[in-house]
Structures are given as C-alpha cells and as structure tokens.
Design a protein around this ligand. Structure first.
Ligand SMILES: [Zn+2]
Length: 426
C-alpha cells in the first residue's frame, strides 16, 4: 500500500530502443531494443528489457503509458556550457566575419563581447529573463533538459549579480534545470582598459565575495587567453573562487595555448572547455584527472575555422569528453545540441557512441551532476527524451532536423508530439 515500501509507477515508456547510457555487457550505450522505462513521480525506477521489470514495482492499472512504437529513448540532453542570458544580437558582426574581419579585430574595436556587455547593461531585468526563457523553450523542444548558464556580460558587480539572479529565476520559471556559473572574468571591460590587473583585483576583491554572498552561483569560470586573462591572472581568480567554495571551470586553449588547461586541472576544475589548441601535455593531464573536457565544435564550425580539438588523441588517451553548444550571441548562435553532435561526428571524427555519451552522461559530469542526471538508471531524475528515429545512429546521420518527439522532465511530459505542453512564458 505504501509507496515507501512498494515503489509505484506513475509513467511507463514501452516499446522503445532504450539507450540507458549505463554501460553494460556488450553495449557501451546500455542498448535495449523493445525496452521499457518505468518512472515513479520524478524518479526513474527501472530502464531495460520489458521482461525484467522488477516485481516489487507496483504498476497501477491506470498508469500513464507512452508507447514509443520503436522510437529511440535516451536521457535528456545536458548542455554544460552556454552564455544563456544576454542583452542583444550581433548579426552584423557575423556578416563582417564572413568577409574576413577576424573575431579578434572586432573585439579590439569594442565589438564582440564588449558590445554584448553594453547591450546587457542597458537591458531591463524583464528583457534579460525573457531572452533566457525564449532560449530555454527552444532548447527544451530540442531535447535539452539541463543547461549550464554563465554570467559574464555584466563585468561589474551589480550587473553580474543581476545576471546570476536572472539565471536563477529562469531555473525556477522553466522546466529546464539551469546551473549558474559566475564569469566576471569573461573579458576586460572598456572602463578598466588597458589596466587588466586592476580589473582582476576587482573580480577577486569585490565581485567574487558579492557573488558568494548572493549564494546563487555554483561555478566560477575564467577566459584564459592571449589578450584576455593571462595564466597567472586566471590562476589567481580561480584560486580565490575555490577558497570561497565555488567549483571551477575554465575557457582554455581556444585560440592559443597558455597552459590554462593544465593549471585548471591542477586546481581540481570540474571541467576544462574549448581545447582546440590543447597540447600533448594537456591531454595527458586531462586523461589522468577527474576533470571533464568540454568540446565546443560549434565555434570553429560557425567561425569557418578548420582547427578542431584533437578528439581522437584525447579519446585514445582516456579523457572523459563532453560537448556543448556554447550558445552565445557571437561565436556560436545555436541552442541545438543535436546539430553540435553532427558537427562533432563529421568535423572532429568523433565516434557516434562517444558523441552521445558526450551530450548525456559525460555532460552531466561536466557540471558535477553525474549522480542525478545523464543516464537512465534507477534512482536518477526522470529526464528522458524520445527521439523519432529507429535507432541512436540516426542522431548524427540524419542532420539539421529536430528528432525530438517527446520530452519528460522530472517525470512530467513537457514536450508532447513536438510541442511544448504549455507556454512557459511569464
Ligand atoms: Zn564560452
């Protein structure tokens, strides 16, 4: 009678090609044709062959059943690196770049991130939140159920706090879980230039204590790159964040190798992100660590670059790799992890199985949520996507379309037959 003793099902998904992403004998994906997923409230009770559902799970006669009709059932996608909230778009810079003006040249004249900073500082709280919610709606329709979002378009204490508050409100108002990251060290603001050092002191002495006092941010991130923050400055910011109890991330090895990857791993960073220019020493350090490498191939693709992270070398060395959209208004304007999957497979020659792991269980590792999301395992959060494909291999192969048929978040159907169940707009 008591659900404490006999777990009771509230939702069943039947007749799917279930990929639990929990490796089992003979299958790195935990693959099961004709599989069943049993959900009790917001929790997965069982995922696997229909014939092996444990007898101690009570299946009430009126339980809701979704017949997947042979479709593919996977964990909700996790996007572990986005710049979710910003004040405006930069489509004119996109066209300039296509004509050969470099990202660095646009940044040097006050465009790029600095332009987004101006737009963001001018935007109202409602505009910022609504921009975030619209992006989250698009992500949910595309199968993303958890997303990391960074501040970093404020670059002063008040606006950075406002962005973190907006991220928290988006988390509360939308079915997608939003994991907030403080990134005051995203760029040096115009008013501090050329004195980068004074801004680093402001981040450490003023912004970080205020962010920790506010109590929203879970991670601190820093852009370790030539003409942004040096290796030493990045280290000091991350050490200060760590001493205040924040978990660490880094943007490293995107355009130049400053050895930021090795430094962040040494400090125990949860993830190191970008890695286009990672060195053999960086690969070895990553492989021998508990840190997850986050690939952002959308940036190289979108900027028309040819240089991608050396995925084959990293996988051969044993690195754990995730992938993310890097959604932002400049270098990667997409909410679509399915598209990133195809870019990873075709441009970086990533194995399709590794690519699916990279957007589920390994992406969960990249935000330190591997114990609650990223795979279909009893006890984990019931975040599940049903893809209108006959098997998982179609995800990379059949590209540029949205395969999502249904999305279940915390055990509730939030996308039904390709439509949001209800508007999440405020
Ligand atoms: Zn980024």
């Amino acid at each position: 009678m008591s659900s404490l003793v006999w777990p009771s099902a509230t939702l069943l998904i039947t007749n799917g090609q279930v990929c639990t992403l929990d490796p089992c004998e003979g299958s790195a994906l935990g693959l099961c044709d004709g599989g069943t997923v049993v959900i009790g409230d917001d929790t997965i009770l069982y995922a696997g062959p229909a014939t092996e559902v444990p007898h101690d799970i009570e299946i009430p006669p009126d339980v809701t059943v979704i017949d997947a009709q042979g479709r593919t059932v996977v964990p909700g996608f996790v996007d572990p690196h986005t710049h979710l909230i910003f004040g405006g778009w930069r489509e004119d810079e996109f066209e300039e770049r296509l004509q050969g003006v470099t990202y660095q040249a646009i940044a040097a004249r006050g465009g790029g991130i600095l332009r987004s900073v101006r737009q963001t500082r001018e935007a109202s709280r409602e505009t910022l939140i609504n921009n975030g919610l619209r992006a989250l709606d698009r992500m949910l329709l595309l199968g993303t159920t958890t997303v990391e979002g960074k501040s970093g378009y404020g670059l002063n204490t008040a606006t950075e706090l406002r962005l973190l508050e907006a991220l928290e409100l988006c988390d509360r108002m939308h079915p997608i879980d939003v994991v907030p990251t403080f990134m005051g060290a995203h760029e040096v603001p115009a008013e501090s230039r050329p004195d980068t050092e004074s801004y680093v002191r402001q981040v450490i002495e003023e912004q970080l204590p205020a962010v920790v006092e506010q109590g929203i941010a879970q991670f601190c991130d820093v852009f370790c790159e030539a003409n942004v923050f040096s290796l030493d400055q990045s280290r000091r910011i991350l050490e200060a964040a760590k001493s205040l109890g924040l978990k660490l991330k880094i943007h490293s090895d995107e355009f130049e190798n400053l050895r930021g990857t090795e430094m962040a791993i040494e400090l125990g960073a949860v993830s190191v992100d970008h890695l286009h220019m990672i060195s053999p020493a960086g690969i070895a350090a990553l492989a021998n660590s508990n840190t997850t490498g986050v690939l952002l191939p959308g940036t190289a693709f979108y900027l028309g670059g040819k240089h991608y992270a050396p995925v084959k070398d990293m996988l051969a060395a044993g690195c754990r790799l995730a992938m993310a959209t890097d959604f932002n208004p400049g270098s990667s304007v997409t909410e679509n992890l399915q598209l990133i999957n195809t870019i990873a497979v075709t441009q970086m020659r990533m194995d399709p199985i590794a690519a699916l792991q990279a957007m589920t269980i390994n992406a969960a590792h990249a935000i330190d949520r591997q114990d609650t999301i990223g795979s279909l395992v009893p006890g984990k959060q019931a975040d599940i996507v049903i893809l209108d494909m006959p098997n998982y291999r179609h995800l990379a192969y059949h590209y540029g379309v949205n395969h999502v048929w249904q999305v279940i978040k915390h055990g509730q159907v939030v996308v039904r037959e390709r439509r949001l169940v209800k508007s999440q707009r405020v």
